[in-house]
Ligand binder design. Structure first.
Ligand code: SAT
Ligand code: MN
Length: 593
């Protein structure tokens, strides 16, 4: 056995060799191996504080919490600088940027070259998925950012545990990350699915820099999933416990800003006492066919990287409870008492320091927290965390939910006729851009399965893989579509949302069990109004009917407008999906107005 001592860690020759090679390229002053211990957390935190990378927050009010401000040009994912680097351009498909692998290694290599001089390179071994899971993946991230190390600690199972899982194996995702000079002109996030590698340079922002998340768990993950027969999805996973103590699980995909984290941590309204929601994950689900013919779901992550603005006692009390300790806050308002604030949170401070580091008051008319400011918090701190969150097998999925933000057309909920029809509903998913500061945009963006920026290969092949997966399940979950955002003519939301969404989830579960009254319509099965429990809700019968109406003209337009998107996908688009579109139009046409 050829292992090397690295700090207190035993490292196999594949790992040692690769780290040495990358260190030669980046030329850090020191290489520090992370073991994931508590002692290490304290030491690295002290160091980050000393270097001014993070600020310690009020130890009494927010114990163990840190505050960080990013560079002003480094506050979100940069999709236009994100590339899939496959040997053949076509394999990246029409929805990804592509770069030739040799060109990418050359271009990024030149930026990495010597970029860690005067800095420390941290070696961060990490696991995505529970130890011992059939889907678990080992990654090793090299980074010169302590902020990134501290975040990876929360978001993944980090350190010794990952090297133990790897053993003598050389198959791990090689993740090289460097801040370089945080220059957006020299920023690239490149994925090499054929080499199981990610190189990211010039950004320290979550989705660009915590490489276990979008890069490994979704882009590389989706590619591996197609090869190995599973799915990497941009989905939350939650359990619904009914008053009789039985728990059923659903997964749900929504584009950003549609309340995925809120739904994952839902608190049942008083009228639905006796039900309980268990949070398994809020962002990513790995799905695989179990020996029992059902679909099983695993959350590869160990933490939340949630959007702060809009999080409050009403929208998400569980998230607020989760982030009271051991949390890293990025780009929110720093209050003078060493606590934090953001737009949408109760009790605004009289003044504070904004995300740019300037003195700020609510009266200034400017936002104090960046709209994409974040909290990074351990999953285990969530009051609703599922006891199954770390189960290597995952949880069995009874229903898959797709959703978007649509003012009109899409009803509150419908059930697809069968797997293929459900895949079509997911593939044609769209969401309207949210109300802009000036005017109202409402432009529709197609975002298939909420995976548009995250699918690591050709989107047509991805749809094909979804269709094939259905064939491998003797007992597949049913597929549903929801829309919490229907508005009336005056622009008022018709559905109260938040905790009340549980009412819709309960109908979904009934249907998944082969029960629950429904009517058949051209677009799928819809609940008859009596089928939704609205007791104690201020929603009139008329409103309910409006929410569950199939707008025939709107749907014909919708089906028509999908053609453009289908054309863009080209000849790798499965014919089955075109047939679903044609069938939908035919069913709609057959209805007499
Ligand atoms: O912006 S991130 O990719 O880090 C998080 C998200 O969009 O879910
Ligand atoms: Mn996400």
């Amino acid at each position: 056995m050829k292992t090397k001592e690295a700090g207190s860690l035993a490292v196999n020759a594949h790992v040692a060799g690769w780290v040495e090679e990358m260190a030669k390229l980046c030329r850090p002053d020191r290489v520090v191996w992370c073991d994931g211990s508590e002692e290490e957390r304290k030491r690295l935190t002290d160091e980050a504080v000393r270097r001014g990378e993070v600020i310690r927050l009020n130890e009494e009010k927010l114990p163990g919490c840190l505050y960080s401000r990013s560079a002003e040009n480094d506050v979100a994912r940069t999709e236009h600088l994100t590339f899939i680097c496959t040997n053949n351009r076509e394999d990246a498909g029409p929805t990804n940027n592509w770069m030739d692998p040799a060109e990418a290694y050359g271009k990024l290599g030149a930026i990495f070259d010597g970029s860690m001089k005067g800095r420390t390179m941290y070696v961060v071994p990490f696991l995505m998925g529970p130890k011992g899971s059939p889907l678990v993946k080992v990654g090793i991230q090299l980074t010169d950012s302590l902020y990134v190390v501290l975040n990876m600690r929360v978001m993944t199972r980090m350190g010794r545990i990952a090297l133990e899982e790897l053993g003598q194996n050389g198959s791990f995702t090689r993740c090289l990350h460097g801040k370089a000079d945080l220059d957006i002109q020299r920023r690239f996030i490149c994925h090499f699915p054929q080499d199981n590698a990610v190189w990211s340079v010039g950004s320290a922002y979550g989705g660009n820099a915590l490489l276990g998340k979008k890069c490994l768990a979704l882009r590389i993950g989706s590619y591996l999933g197609r090869e190995q027969g599973w799915l990497a999805e941009h989905m939350l996973i939650l359990g619904i416990e009914s008053p009789d103590g039985k728990v059923d699980y659903v997964t749900a995909a929504f584009p950003s800003q549609c309340g995925k984290t809120n739904l994952a941590m839902l608190v049942p309204p008083p009228a639905l006492k006796g039900y309980k929601i268990w949070t398994v994950g809020d962002d990513i689900a790995w799905l695989y066919p179990g020996a029992d013919g059902r679909l099983w779901a695993v959350n590869p992550e160990a933490g939340f990287f949630g959007v702060a603005p809009g999080t409050n006692r009403k929208s998400n009390p569980n998230a607020l409870a989760t982030i009271q300790k051991n949390t890293i806050f990025t780009n929110v308002v720093l209050k003078d008492d060493g606590t934090v604030w953001w737009e949408g949170l109760e009790d605004p401070p009289l003044e504070g320091t904004d995300w740019r580091g300037r003195r700020w008051t609510p009266a200034s008319g400017e936002k104090g927290a960046h709209p994409n400011s974040r909290f990074t918090a351990p999953l285990l701190q969530c009051p609703s965390v599922s006891p199954e969150w770390n189960n290597p097998k995952g949880v069995p999925v009874s229903a898959i939910i797709f959703g978007g933000r649509r003012e009109k057309v899409d009803p509150l909920v419908y059930e697809s006729f069968h797997w293929r029809h459900g895949v079509y509903a997911g593939a044609t998913m769209g969401s309207e851009t949210t109300a802009a500061a000036v005017g109202h945009t409402g432009v529709l963006r197609r975002d298939p399965m909420a995976m548009l920026p995250f699918c690591g290969y050709h989107v047509g092949d991805y749809f094909r893989h979804w269709l094939e997966m259905g064939k491998r399940l003797s007992n597949p979950p049913r597929i549903f579509h929801v829309n919490w955002f229907r508005q009336d003519k005056g622009g008022k939301y018709l559905w109260p949302g938040f905790g009340e969404n549980l009412r819709v989830l309960l109908w979904i579960l009934e249907r998944a069990k082969g029960k629950g009254p429904a009517r058949e319509s051209p677009i799928g099965y819809l609940p008859v109004p009596e089928a939704l429990n609205v007791s104690g809700l201020d929603v009139s019968r008329e409103t309910l009917e409006e929410l569950l109406k199939v707008d025939r003209g709107g749907w014909l337009e919708e089906a028509e407008s999908q053609t453009e998107f289908f054309k863009k996908i080209g000849d790798r688009l499965p014919k089955e999906l075109v047939k679903e579109q044609t069938d939908l139009v035919r069913r709609l046409a057959a209805v007499h107005e």
